[in-house]
Design a protein around this ligand. Structure first.
Ligand code: PGA
Length: 256
């Protein structure tokens, strides 16, 4: 049984003061949940240092939302894996659907970003998920497994302990429309089988998060599904009380 891992993705929200206050709320929630759950927060890059400071000495992990897919150099506006590491953050989200659909991020770039992240000593959460059109066309498994195959094409077996996957159906992100627990469990099962086919038992340590309109009211049901080992949470992670509710729900499930 994997320890549940919940990570708040704050996206392009929060002032510096709000970020620090949310980090403090995450610390309090994590402390009362104890060892039963892993808690991470992914603030905007510009507040990473302050949030690292607010979480110092606690179990709350600080994550970046994105990194550039090159080690360094001509990539205006991006931040590198090494910069994220130097801020004190320990991991980065890669391949969020908003970056895929709005910024044209490709699976090949996801693969490269994983390489630079690992080289810098970071952990990664790699996001995958189908659009509504793809689901309606019956292409969910083809799309999700295709993103895994291409986005993890050169991912090394020696770094599986630093890999988390986040299944985020695009139609459920920020829409208030959550996948049913059964829909989530079905896709998580496919992902788990793919991991085992590719790497065998060595991949058993890979946490598979669900993301898409997770709230305190649905977190318990989702997280108690087989192979749903955690959650990547957008909107509800911006409210201290909602976030605490999700951390508590995750702690209760203790990994299904
Ligand atoms: P949401 O976002 O919880 O607001 O749907 C999830 C995500 O994009 O990671």
């Amino acid at each position: 049984m994997l320890k549940p891992f919940v990570c708040g993705n704050w996206k392009m929200n929060t002032t510096a003061a709000e970020a620090v206050a949310l980090a403090q709320a995450a610390v309090t929630a994590a402390q009362s949940a104890g060892d039963a759950v892993r808690v991470g927060v992914a603030p905007p890059a510009i507040w990473l240092t302050q949030v690292v400071e607010a979480c110092r000495g606690t179990a709350v992990e600080v994550w970046a939302q994105n990194i550039g897919f090159l080690e360094s150099g001509a990539l205006t506006g991006e931040i590198s894996a090494a910069m994220v590491r130097e801020s004190g953050a320990t991991g980065t989200i890669i391949g969020h659907s908003e970056r895929r659909s709005l910024m044209g991020l490709t699976d090949e770039q996801v693969d490269k970003a994983c390489q630079v992240a690992l080289a810098a000593g970071l952990e990664v959460i790699v996001c995958i998920g189908e659009t509504l059109q793809e689901r309606d066309a019956g292409r969910t498994s083809e799309v999700v497994l295709g993103q895994l195959r291409a986005g993890l094409a050169s991912y090394p077996s020696t770094a599986l302990h630093r890999l988390t996957l986040a299944y985020e159906p695009v139609w459920a992100i920020g829409t208030g429309r959550t996948a049913t627990p059964e829909q989530a469990a079905e896709v998580h099962g496919w992902i788990r089988s793919w991991l085992t086919e590719r790497w065998g038992a060595a991949a058993d340590c890979v946490v598979i998060q669900y993301g898409g309109s997770v709230k305190p009211a649905n977190a318990g049901d989702l997280l108690s599904q087989p192979e749903v080992d955690g959650a990547l949470v957008g909107g509800a992670s911006l409210d201290g009380a909602s976030w605490t509710g999700i951390v508590e729900a995750a702690a209760r499930t203790g990994g299904a």
